[in-house]
Structure formats: C-alpha cells, structure tokens
Ligand binder design. Sequence first.
Ligand SMILES: *Cc1c(COP(=O)(O)O)cnc(C)c1O
Length: 220
Amino acid sequence: MLHIEENLKEIQRELNEDITLVAVTKTYSYNEINKAIDCGVTDIGENKVQEILEKFDSVKPVRWHLIGHLQTNKVRQIVDKVDMIHSVDSKKLAVEIDKRSAQHNKIMNILIQVNQVGEDSKFGVSPEDARELIHEILKDCPNIRICGLMNIAPFEDDAEKVRGSFKEVKKLYDEFSKIEHPNLEFKYLSMGMSHDYKVAIEEGSNMVRIGSKIFGRRQY
Ligand SMILES: *Cc1c(COP(=O)(O)O)cnc(C)c1O
C-alpha cells in the first residue's frame, strides 16, 4: 500500500488548499481506504449505494460522497451516511432526498449533475434544464442545500479535448452562483477525474474526484 501514500503526496502537491480532493474508493478495500485516510484524505466518493453500506462500518471517520447515479428507492439507505450527493438530476430524486433527510433532521448537501455537451450520456441534466431543476428544488425541498454542480466529461485519451466542455460548465456555475436563496450556497464545482483533473482545475474546478491515480488500476 506504499503506492497509496506516494500517489497521494504527488497529487496533494499539485492541489492548492482551495481544492477539495474526493478520493474515489469504489472497488477498493476498506484497508486501502483507511490507509488513504491515514495519509490525510478527508473525503471519499463511492458510486454505488451497496458499496457504501458494505464498507461504512469498517472505514475510519471521513466525509462520504455519493458520486454515482442514485435510484430513488435507495435514497433512504444512505441518507444518514453521506455528506454530499453529487448526482442529483431530477425533481423526483430531489423530493425523495428531501423527504428522507427530514426524517433524519438533516439538511442534505447536493450538487446538480450537468451533462453539458448534449452527449447521450444517461445521467445528468442539460444546462437548459438545470436552471429549472434548481428553482424547483429551492421551491419544494427545504431539507436540501444546493452547493454547486458536478460534471463528468466524456472520456478522451487527450484531456485537452474536454477543456471546452469544462469551460461551459464553469460558465453555468458562475451564472447559478448569483441566485439568492437561503438553501443555495454555491461552493463546489466537482469536475475532473484521474485523467483530466489538471485541465478541470485550470478551467475552475475546485473539487476533484480521483480514484485510480491514488489506488492503482481497479479490478472489477
Ligand atoms: C470512478 C469515478 C471517478 C474516478 O475515476 P478515476 O478515473 O479512477 O479517477 C470519478 N467520478 C465518478 C463519478 C466515478 O464514477
């Protein structure tokens, strides 16, 4: 596990203190995750509800982020465990998060997942729909705090090819930051993964989700 420590040091040298590193721990064991926490990781991201449930009791105290698609019927299983949900892309999902958060006396931090280029990627809302979704959530979901946007760029071998789409998302982020509402506190632009986080940061990301560059290749 020595590689985890070395990889983290290398990444942390590149990130200034305004950037939150979410270490993406899907498929890695709780021993590897705890090693990363010992090396200073404060935030971890998982993309499946089931994996959060399996690992939760074995992982040291840390902030948990749900970064993958969330089915409405699974919200209640994780609402008391996660600190932020990055993948909100429908009113229906937000309403369920709101309802379950209320049951736990919790205001859930969420990000709106935007899907900028009209790619036929399955999840995320288009820029046009994001604005309406934000207003609907602010109107009807008092137990949700909207903290920013999340974006997954299409995979390209050359990360330069997604620079333009990161720019578009940053523009939206700046636009929505101006909305004034007690439950809207734009602080996080979650974009950038192992292969494209440097470009994402150059384009204004302040939350990067990095897995394989910390833990090594995933074995599914
Ligand atoms: C897996 C995953 C990541 C991290 O991917 P790496 O290429 O391993 O850094 C980031 N975001 C999401 C939504 C993911 O599912």
